[in-house]
Design a protein around this ligand. Structure first.
Ligand code: SF4
Ligand code: SF4
Ligand code: SF4
Length: 157
């Protein structure tokens, strides 16, 4: 089913929409507040913010979010809440698709090595190498695991 947010953004494919920058207002409020100035883009030290159809999104294939808050500080329109309010910026979490290499008998723990919060666990199993599993309670949604995966099996949404 196409979500309201996907419909509003003209995205009818099954993949979840890319997240807005951290501390973004809820989608409808964000679209009303964002002036499409692009000020959040150049201040991002990891260059993960991109403009898609006029509005900013986070593209984890480019890198991770360090939660530095520079994008929120740069947004003068208030579309991104001030990071100084200490509210965690989003609820997005990493998800592993069934293209994960260990499910095909290939040993791989690259994503686990990149996760700074040890949110990716590898449970032993009898008929193949351990498979990546996300501990949603530990995952911050930083996206550091996305780009290193050799088969693009991880999404954060
Ligand atoms: S918090 Fe920092 S690293 Fe994350 S998207 Fe904003 S500017 Fe980029
Ligand atoms: S890096 Fe990709 S293929 Fe390797 S274990 Fe993680 S999700 Fe699976
Ligand atoms: S999104 Fe960040 S915290 Fe979550 S599993 Fe990936 S690297 Fe770890």
């Amino acid at each position: 089913m196409v979500s309201r947010r996907q419909f509003m953004r003209g995205d009818f494919k099954s993949r979840p929409p890319a997240p807005r920058p951290p501390w973004s207002l809820a989608e409808e409020l964000f679209l009303a507040a964002c002036t499409r100035c692009g000020d959040c883009v150049p201040v991002c030290p990891t260059r993960v913010i991109v403009i898609v159809r006029g509005y900013p999104e986070v593209d984890f294939k480019r890198g991770e979010c360090t939660f530095c808050g520079a994008c929120a500080t740069a947004c003068k329109a208030g579309a991104l809440q001030n990071s100084e309010c200490q509210i965690w910026p989003w609820a997005i979490k990493a998800q592993v698709a069934n293209t994960c290499l260990p499910l095909r008998g290939v040993e791989c723990r690259i994503c686990g090595d990149r996760c700074g919060t040890n949110a990716i666990r590898f449970s032993p199993r009898l008929n193949g190498p351990p498979v990546a599993e996300i501990d949603a309670g530990a995952c911050t949604g930083c996206g550091a695991c996305v780009a290193p995966c050799p088969v693009s099996a991880i999404s954060v949404a």
